[in-house]
Structure formats: structure tokens, C-alpha cells
Write a protein that binds this ligand. Structure first.
Ligand code: C5J
Length: 222
């Protein structure tokens, strides 16, 4: 058992029953020259977390832990993209349109790939999810149940959208969840702060938070 000095109190997990879940670290959201930047977002905020995510991923792999990568991705025919999602707001580019790195949020396109530093390795799970949450319209819950997973450690982007939604979905399904504060980011700093505070409020109502350093220290000590 490993116990992390987390907030609001220690997060204890059994490594064999815990998966590292990396949410949507895809080029279009994270890299300069992608879809996120074309919408006027400062993607350097997101790019900056890649080294910390890599340190955790390396340590997790070294320890033989289970790794899950998600991508926000739709089918080429957009049959899994409800009009409400595609038409919301007035973006210059919509899901399925051709953006700077291929079709926006379409599986297989260059911008839909995980950034090279965090690229999935053989044996790691890759989940294409049509929603914000990693459990909506995917087999993730079934796969985790079959693998006996009870605890999840989250990293990825964006904190208040796909990370928070996935963590809330996981919490409702009975998983104990830890979010790594310096391994998640938002285009909007205030949203990141608020999301972290609301998740760990009221005695970890959605889950725990800790820094990557706190997780890595706990893993070294065990
Ligand atoms: C994610 C989004 N991954 N913000 N998507 O957070 O639309």
C-alpha cells in the first residue's frame, strides 16, 4: 500500500489495483500550431505540464503500473457527435472541419495524436471518447472492472472540462481518484484553481489532489 500526502488527507492505494489515466494530451489541444492555439488560446500553459506528466509516466511504467490514455475523438462520419456538441457557440472551426493539423477531433488525424513525449506504448490502453468524460460511450469502466482496478490517478487537460468530468464520472462509479495538480492545466488559470478546490472540498467529495512530487516521493518510499 502506498500513501500520498494529498489534500484533503492522505490518499492510500494498492499499485496493482490502480491505473494512471492521462486525459486528452493530444496535439490539437497542447501543441503550438494546433486547433487550441488557432482559437486564440495560450497553449504554452498546457505544453508546460508535459515534463511533469512524463516524469510520472516514466515512474509508473518503471513500477509496472497500468496506463490509460484517452483522446477526445469522433468517427470520421461524425455519427457519434451530437449536433448540440458540433453546433454549440460560433467557433471559426467546428468538429470535423479541417484545422491546422487535420480534421478537428477526428480519430486518426495528426492533431488527434497524443503528444510524442507521452505517446502510448504497446500494452497501454488507448480510449477514444466522443464526450468530455472518459466513461461516456466507452468500454473504460468494463475494462477497469475486469482488471480489478479500484483507484485512479489522473493527469491531463483541460482541468475543468474533460479531466473534471472524467473524475466525477469515475467517482460516481466507485473509484477513489487522485488528481495531480501540476500535471493538469487549463487555458483559464482561474478555472483550474476552482476545479481543483471544488473536487477536494467537503472531505474529497470528488477526490484527492496532490503534486507529482508528492506522488513520486510516496512511490520511492514504498
Ligand atoms: C478537453 C475540451 N479535453 N476542453 N476538451 O478538455 O473541449
Amino acid at each position: 500500500m502506498i500513501t500520498v500526502a494529498a489534500q484533503p488527507f492522505g490518499f492510500a492505494f494498492e499499485p496493482a489495483r490502480t491505473a494512471l489515466v492521462i486525459i486528452d494530451m493530444q496535439r490539437d489541444f497542447v501543441e503550438p500550431g494546433g486547433f487550441g492555439e488557432s482559437l486564440g488560446n495560450d497553449v504554452s500553459r498546457l505544453t508546460a505540464i508535459v515534463p511533469a506528466c512524463r516524469r510520472v509516466l516514466d515512474a509508473w511504467r518503471e513500477a509496472g503500473g497500468m496506463v490509460v490514455h484517452t483522446r477526445e475523438a469522433h468517427r470520421g462520419d461524425l455519427a457519434d457527435c451530437p449536433p448540440a456538441k458540433r453546433n454549440r457557440g460560433a467557433p471559426r472551426l467546428r468538429i470535423g472541419d479541417v484545422g491546422p493539423m487535420g480534421r478537428i477531433l477526428v480519430a486518426g488525424e495528426p492533431g488527434n495524436q497524443i503528444v510524442a513525449e507521452l505517446a502510448p506504448q504497446p500494452g497501454e490502453w488507448e480510449i477514444d471518447k466522443p464526450g468530455k468524460g472518459a466513461f461516456y460511450a466507452t468500454f473504460l469502466h468494463d475494462k477497469l472492472q475486469r482488471a480489478g482496478v479500484t483507484h485512479l490517478v489522473f493527469m491531463g487537460v483541460t482541468t475543468e472540462v474533460c479531466v473534471q468530468t472524467s473524475m466525477r464520472e469515475a467517482n460516481d462509479r466507485g473509484y477513489e481518484c487522485l488528481l495531480l495538480e501540476d500535471c493538469t492545466e487549463s487555458y483559464f488559470p482561474a478555472f483550474k484553481t476552482a476545479a481543483i478546490e471544488m473536487m477536494r472540498a467537503q472531505g474529497a467529495i470528488v477526490g484527492w489532489t496532490a503534486t507529482s512530487g508528492e506522488l513520486l516521493a510516496a512511490m520511492q518510499d514504498c
